[in-house]
Design a protein around this ligand. Sequence first.
Ligand code: 1PR
Length: 562
Amino acid sequence: MSSPSRSTFPISVLDYGAGNILSLLNALTSLSYTNFKKITTAAEIREAECIIFPGVGAYSSAMESLESLEVVEALKEYVKADRPYFGICLGMQTLFESSEEGEGIVQGLGIIKGTVDKFKTTTASVPSIGWNTTTDRKTGTSPVPSGSMKYFVHSYRALPTSSNLSWVCTTTDYGGETYISSVENGNVFACQFHPEKSGTVGLSIIRSYLDRVREPNSTSSPRITTIKSLPLVPTSSVETLCKRVVVALDVRSNDSGDLVVTKGDQYDVRETKDHKEEGKAKVRNLGKPAELARKYAEGGADEISFLNITSFRSNVISDLPLVDLLKFCSERIFVPLTVGGGIRDILEDGNVYKAVEVADRYFRAGADKVSIGSDSVTASLKLIEKGYVKDGESSIEQISARYGVQAVVVSIDPKRVYVDEEGKVEAEKAGYTVRDVVDVEGERRMCWWQATVKGGRETRDIDAVKVAECVEQLGAGEIMLNCIDMDGQGNGYDLELMKAVTEAVGIPVIASSGAGGGEHFVEVFRETNVSAALAAGIFHRGEVKIDEIKDAMLAAGVVTRK
Ligand code: 1PR
């Protein structure tokens, strides 16, 4: 009997109710594997010809969902019978015996020997977010192209041991540990990285696996046979996780009501100050968001962030302009997408919407992460007021509980407050971090960084470093660290701010505001511990290409994806 075509081969996507399944479905569609359906029951598992189990979020909630759907036994039987199974992230982790992610030890499917524990590193940020390489552990033809970069986002990992060796397909190094990044045995393949977010490399991994199980007798996809020897110590002390280049698209409606990418100087997005005085200032229009996003993804952006910068004033629920934009982009762009603006509890037209419901809309439209600005400052102040006792109510807690910490970015928009010796004493008494910086005139001065809300329109009595510490406690997985003074100036990032925050938290920090060229990316990566650097204006105005930034990084020995 001849094999089914790509468009008729039936694929069952296990939908346990969390995670961004849409990205995977979009990836399948782009590969012409269009005969997919979501499944949720044991009967559907038994009937399936090929299961994909995509998962982001927490191990414990994934296992609880599988148990409440009563599919655990059916899934175990399915995998043990060597039927086609492709697991992604949690879809790989749950194959192991257990995890420490949750209250106590959580039992997994127990197919592979070993536990899934938190990274023990003290030298690198956790979660590990970004592009990393894999090292082959088997000979033969693997669906994972060796040496290529894949997108990872996780805090927990399984280690290779003598008892799971036969499963280990690739390993990856992070923070001095070598962990399992993919497993394979017969028709079962699973990976820690996200192929649906790993650009063309990721799509080729999905395609090559599906082609193989669709045409099992094809000679073009031979099976892996021989197992290489596997050293159970770190293979490399050199960090292989790439420093990411992120592009931000500040989006708003212009005066004619069209959704445009705009960009300000120190957050002022109107044309010029002179025009403004004449009352004619227009919102700067730097292009159409979808077109630009696609151009940047094709041009090598490691991640794209969309920010609805006027969400503080609009009716957030009735007007979520980024939802359609995200849907459109996630069908065409296979790198991580973050969306921010207006994510908070909302009272609109007499109805209360929880922040997680607002976030749900974005995740369902294809976002991988959401970014929370103003509400994270409010939540930090509340946490301090309550003596650092969490109540589970903040937007950060709500969203990280459902989607995992890696899905929650906090965007901090601080302004410098310059102080003299006396002011320094006062600021430090208030708990603010004061550092020596160079001001816009090139003078050395002291300052602290005051947190703001509503895109810098209002300040709050808390500094950026304290906000960073509080949001980490509340369950944020990453910080996008802007600086209003540096925004749009092209003079480089606020290095002292980046140092102060990266020294205070263990989660990854994305440097933002002020990039004027490749030299500033190199500088911020060399001099601070940030995991990524973001720019907007230089890309939108076409002054520098992402490739040129990455060339500068490579020339300076900064690990990047090119
Ligand atoms: O507060 O949760 O509703 O989220 C609102 C979001 O919108 C926040 O993330 C906030 O940073 C953002 N935002 C609000 N107003 C502005 C504005 O510009 N008027 N944009 C704004 C912030 C900052 C960066 C910018 C970098 C790099 N934009 O995204 O792109 O500074 O710029 P550069 O490379 O040109 O220097 P909420």
